[in-house]
Design a protein around this ligand. Sequence first.
Ligand code: G6P
Length: 612
Amino acid sequence: MCGIVAYIGQREAYPILIKGLQRLEYRGYDSAGVALLNGGMHIYKRQGKVSDLIAYTEGKDKTGQVGIGHTRWATHGQPNHINAHPHCSGNGHLNLVHNGIIENYSLLKKALEKLGHTFESETDTEVLVHLIEELQSRDSLTLEEAVRVALSRVIGAYAIVVIDEREPGKLVAARKGSPLVLGIGDDEFLVASDATPIIEHTKRVVYLNDEEIAVLSKDGYMQIKTIGNEVQTPYIQELTLEIERLEKGGYDHFMLKEIHEQTTTIADCMRGRLNATEGWIRLGGVEEFQNRFMKAERMIIIGCGTSWHAGLVAEYLFEDLARIPVEVEYASEFRYRNPIIRESDVIIALSQSGETADTLAAIELAREKGALVYGVVNVVGSSISRLTDAGSYIHAGPEIGVASTKAFTGQVTLLTMMALQLAHSRGTISESYYQRLLTELENIPHKVARVLECEPQIQYIAQEIQDSHNALYLGRGFNFPVALEGALKLKEISYIHAEGYPAAEMKHGPIALIDENMPVIVTATNRNAYDKIVSNIQEVKARKGKVIAIVSEGEKAISEMADYTIEIPETEDPLAPLLSVIPLQLLSYYIAVGRGCNVDQPRNLAKSVTVE
Ligand code: G6P
């Protein structure tokens, strides 16, 4: 949440900051702003998107080789110009951008007000910049020292970058709980919330650790210290990300591109880890902790949003195939409900971004209790990937559309491999079934390509139902989490109210809502309980509901009842979510486009939720 970018070097900062902010816009788009140092300080901020900021700065002085920028997802205070970052100190010398939440800001604010400080905005960030100013003037501290002392008084999460017009050749950056990456170029540095604004300038990066402060100078000097004032040796890493993966590649939206990429991202997730001909699956992290996994009495899967839905699919997989009891928890509930965690538990943390604040906090809790924590993450080098005991990347590449698509199928692919590897080691499935699932899983990317062929048909159905006010998604077994995910996709990007339900549970409530205006999207590819789902569809039709059914190729009974039928290739039940979710992603996409919604940046949402 909120994106930060900063530059110091020999080039003009403004274009670098703006391009960086556009790359980070998925993190928030309530307002955007920059501060540039060039003799004095130029500050430009605007409510709305980065494009509004660009229009606003037209014809204004944007020179300067040092600058900071911010794109905001509002937490404290409305998304207006005044609350937009950067925030300025009372004396006008300092400017600061911040991602995170300063929890004790109101106490600090009162103390500063007593000392004569006045505040323009409602933000916690403005309090922090005034605190730094106060420490500088009261104790004659340098910028770096004042930042260090101020942060030792702050409770909460932050990633910040500060500039001071009296020390114009310097950027000071720090983090705790919110991510920050330093890019090291030739005689220049960049700082950003993730590597995407950095990649086109340099591939050499340092991921700042919690409670570290970096001082970056125009002359190429870099020093990293802890808040406790200990000098640290930076660990410089080489990024492997390719710039093309951050572009739309001819598609109208990132979301559509990412839906189509699933033919390759699922294959990338399996590459080097599965060989059906030779009959093996190998996830390095699972092998390394084989003992703990074999002895696991229980697995607890934690995540938020779409990642939580992938966790629900995994519950079916681990219990069905590996016979390990599983609980799936929203990270936000888990961390605050005094959960019972035993050393014999394995915790699996699911996160696309690797930065979700609630998931991070839940991981810390589980580690304190001695459980093994395994991360399944997309973003390489992210906080979760560094905090967990072991883990596997899903290798889906950057996911930029706010509504998650390819990360979901990446997570499900990875968790399917994990369940199969464990099932095989634990001897809980027959050799022939194991082999059949391996062969089928390896073949899934080809089947995904065939599912995508139904795009024109889905486009048509989307037009037919795009004016609905509500929608119901139903599924059974492995397809129940898919129904939840389908409903979430529709809500997120088209603002149509939608609910996902287990098909049989419908008669305990949602059936009351069904009439001829209610589209009911039923994912009915199941071989198991097929007859039951046929009956559920009959129940909907009896109430004149409009049924859109997703069935396996050649299916007859449901196709005859449904108003619209989308046929997808047949597969084994445990692998069904990898195919059946794709028509639902496309359906939401085309409904949102038809309603004129901003698909990649839906209102009020952000891709990376770094506040609790
Ligand atoms: C936000 C995003 C969702 C995502 C969720 C969890 O709400 O908009 O798409 O599923 O966060 O994010 P994570 O990065 O932890 O998977």
